[in-house]
Design a protein around this ligand. Structure first.
Ligand code: ZN
Length: 320
């Protein structure tokens, strides 16, 4: 099959763990969320992964990586943040191909919450306005008449909001929503506690991702510690199982988290953690900073070529 041709060049002489990151799997394509796969695209990709990769549960893969016992083309599947579609759309596809996965959940958004990026996207999707003047909250003025303009506005606004302090960001997003004059935003985007229990019952690994998804490097240390510990406790209370895996919010070494946060995660009783640095896990790497990778191509040939490049170039993944 032509789509698997790049796999002939897969590095076979060393232990390499590819960990894929997803956020949402949309029931249908959403033009304002072009980076998120829809059910059909995810199904096609998972079919490919199931045929050509050895997909392992994350904890088992990390253990075998440490011991140098990984199978060839070892791979893990992870989702960040805790979207309801991980259960309703992604899980039936994963079960069809018998693929294990881990979902990292920011517990502050469970049961009707919404992350700031979704609030911005949905307000801009739902507003009847063709212009949005957000200068009073320092977010500029945007023409949003066409789809291209809406996409450009979303990306410019999110980039500016991402590193604002959480309290200010909440205020600015609420004001954006008011100025857009749109209807109440959907409240069923994120998982409910019951849905988390169901994911766990059906064999999906549940991992920590803090409470409010702060950029750890930009909050005080005691806040960072409470965020990491509090998310873990809540998930353990919901599932009745220990939570031993963690994903750093945003996940870029140095910029989003620092070495002291790696120590916190270890001290708080996690067994492993994942970043969003590109590359593949190798036996000499830090199991509290395992790299992850998102193949963004629209076809299996492209995704496979991207995974191959990631496997070859990502030997020394960035760490703190
Ligand atoms: Zn996240």
């Amino acid at each position: 099959m032509i789509e698997s041709l790049p796999l002939l060049a897969w590095p076979s002489f060393r232990q390499a763990l590819t960990i894929l990151i997803f956020h949402r799997v949309l029931a249908a394509p959403d033009p304002l969320r072009p980076g998120e796969p829809d059910a059909a695209g995810f199904d096609q990709f998972m079919n490919f992964i199931a045929r050509h990769f050895a997909v392992l549960p994350l904890r088992e893969a990390a253990e075998r990586l440490r011991q140098g016992r990984l199978p060839r083309r070892a791979c893990c599947i992870t989702f960040d943040d805790g979207y309801a579609d991980n259960l309703t759309v992604a899980l039936p596809i994963l079960e069809k191909y018998r693929l294990p996965a881990t979902v990292f959940i920011a517990t502050g958004y469970l049961d009707g919450g919404r992350m700031f990026n979704d609030a911005v996207i949905d307000a801009i999707a739902m507003t009847g306005h063709t212009r949005l003047d957000l200068t009073e909250v320092g977010l500029g003025e945007h023409s949003i008449a066409s789809l291209e303009e809406r996409r450009a506005a979303v990306s410019a606004i999110l980039e500016q909001l991402k590193y604002r302090p959480p309290e200010q960001r909440r205020h600015d997003v609420a004001r954006l929503h008011e100025l857009s004059d749109c209807a109440p935003l959907p409240s069923d985007i994120m998982l409910t506690s019951e849905q988390v229990r169901e994911l766990s019952r059906r064999g999906v690994g549940i991992g920590g991702h803090t409470i409010n998804h702060p950029i750890l490097a930009s909050v005080e240390d005691d806040v960072a510690r409470q965020e990491i510990a509090g998310g873990k406790q809540r998930l353990e209370a919901i599932t009745g199982k220990p939570v031993s895996t963690f994903a750093y919010p945003n996940g870029r070494p140095h910029r989003d988290y620092a070495a002291r946060h790696v120590d916190m995660v270890r001290e708080l009783g996690f067994e492993l953690a994942v970043s969003t640095a590109h590359g593949v896990g190798n036996p000499d790497g830090d199991s509290f900073q395992l790299p992850r990778f998102t193949p963004w191509g629209a076809t299996n040939v492209k995704r496979c070529a991207q995974m191959l490049r990631n496997a070859w170039t990502g030997r020394a993944a960035a760490t703190c």
